[in-house]
Design a protein around this ligand. Structure first.
Ligand code: UGA
Length: 436
């Protein structure tokens, strides 16, 4: 059992802290947001993540998990301090380091015993070295002994607990091999493959992994667009490609492309890091361009099917950037809704978790209570996020409720449900619409 302080209670920090406590460690989650910590102490989760609330409750009751806003309390006795705060994008794509800086300065200020500082936040390559310099700079000769280890996270929103408990790998990077091995021991119960490398390489593995996954999606979306013009079915193309072990089947779902709090900022930040060092990240640029175009493509498809968008009602199913989360950061749905509104359309939407936040982001958005309400009087229906509950709707009711008959299936989940036979004009992404 180790004593761990996790700083930051967003997705990464809260899931990491909770899961470490679940595998037997003594964890204090620290956040300067008092409201958030008060909520957590009352068992209220600040985010929607399936299964999280229950594990938090179990471990709080077992005395292994605590919450605090106080650095002295959080760091007291801690052998490990995990940094898990956000690194949002600045306008030019550079990662914004203000939260990391605040955390490192606070750790430096309250450091009174030897500690291993583990960085889980996605940070520009070289940050680990900078953290070490900053700690020494703040403490001078009195700095207690410490080491910095990079431990990038590979958690997906919506399946973060499972991703923590059954990781494909745990990546650790440090100039201090012994410190990296001590961090490796924290994960021992998971029996996961562990890779130990140097600091900068570990930091780069995170960016390269996210950029590669984003590139796979943009690749299949480009293929989808080519399939459309040649009459091929991208779903089958992806299946056929994925059977090749060198390619594999995951992250080849064509559709409206990627969004969220990670891929957009990380691909941008990697491109920025490359550009500021004189490299030309052409592929990364194309990956971002293709992704942005998919959103515009959806609007163009609707425009073409409806003649004009002016005064037309479009129903949108799904607002979060992907299913099983309430996160709307850089969600394709929201971008598309903004474009539809700019073209004069009326937009009404439903999402199981992300309605309120979406309304705050786009006040002109009309919220509806169910998919069937969204269909009411709509000229077209757009499926933007593939929540399970949208997969088998009653299309007879939808048809009855709609004013028009256009369906744009942005994630290809209704392909094969014979919507043409039911009288709809079915449009997918990279699938032969006429034969559906
Ligand atoms: C992503 C990575 O998958 C995690 O490994 C990583 O830890 C995380 O970013 C992070 O850096 O924190 P996440 O953003 O939660 O996780 O979401 P993903 O499941 O990766 O999906 C990203 C986007 O790609 C979503 O908008 C999704 O709809 C889209 N997507 C995914 C596709 O369009 N097609 C696919 O085949 C797969």
């Amino acid at each position: 059992m180790a004593k761990i302080c996790v700083i930051g209670t967003g997705y990464v920090g809260l899931v990491t802290g909770t899961c470490f406590s679940d595998i037997g460690h003594q964890v204090t989650c620290l956040d300067i947001d008092k409201h958030r910590i008060d909520q957590l102490k009352n068992g209220v989760m600040p985010i929607y993540e399936p299964g999280l609330e229950q594990i938090v409750e179990q471990n709080v009751n077992a005395g292994r998990l605590k919450f605090t806003t106080s650095y002295p309390e959080g760091l007291q006795d801690a052998e490990f301090a995990f940094i898990a705060v956000g690194t949002p994008s600045s306008d030019d794509g550079e990662a914004d380091m203000q939260y990391i800086t605040m955390v490192v300065e606070s750790i430096a200020q309250h450091l009174s015993h030897p500690i291993i500082i583990v960085n889980k936040s996605t940070v520009p390559v070289g940050t680990g070295d900078w953290v070490a310099e900053l700690i020494v700079e703040k403490n001078g000769q009195n700095t207690p002994s410490f080491s910095v280890v990079s431990n990038p996270e590979f958690l997906r929103e919506g399946s973060a607990i499972n991703d923590f408990m059954q990781p494909d790998r745990v990546v650790l990077g440090s100039t201090d091999l012994e410190a990296a091995q001590q961090v490796a021991e924290l994960y021992q119960a998971l029996r996961a493959p562990i890779m130990i490398t140097d600091l900068r390489t570990a930091e780069m593995i995170k960016y390269a992994s996210n950029a590669f996954l984003a590139a796979r999606i943009s690749f299949i979306n480009e293929i989808a667009n080519i399939c459309e013009s040649l009459g091929a079915d991208v779903r089958e193309v992806a299946r056929g490609m994925g059977m090749d072990k060198r390619i594999g089947p995951s992250f080849l779902d064509a559709g409206l492309g990627w969004g969220g709090s990670c891929f957009p900022k990380d691909v941008k930040a990697l491109a920025y890091m490359a550009a500021t060092r004189g490299a030309h990240p052409q592929l990364l640029q194309a990956v971002m361009d293709i992704n942005q175009n998919q959103r515009k493509r959806a609007v163009t498809k609707l425009q073409k099917a409806l003649g004009s968008l002016e005064g037309k009602t479009v129903g949108v199913l799904g607002l979060s950037f992907k299913p099983n989360t309430d996160d709307i950061r850089d969600a394709p749905a929201l971008d598309i809704i903004r474009m539809l509104l700019e073209s004069g359309a009326i937009v009404q939407a439903f999402d199981p978790q992300a309605m309120q936040a979406s309304k705050e982001a786009i006040p002109a958005l009309v919220l509806r209570e169910s998919p069937y309400e969204v269909a009411k009087d709509a000229n077209a229906l757009l499926l933007a996020t593939e929540w399970n509950e949208f997969k088998s709707l009653d299309f007879d009711i939808i048809k009855e409720n709609m004013r028009g008959n256009v369906i744009l299936d942005g994630r290809n989940i209704w392909y094969g449900q014979n919507l043409h036979e039911k009288g709809f004009t079915y449009i997918g992404m990279g699938v032969p619409s006429a034969q559906e």
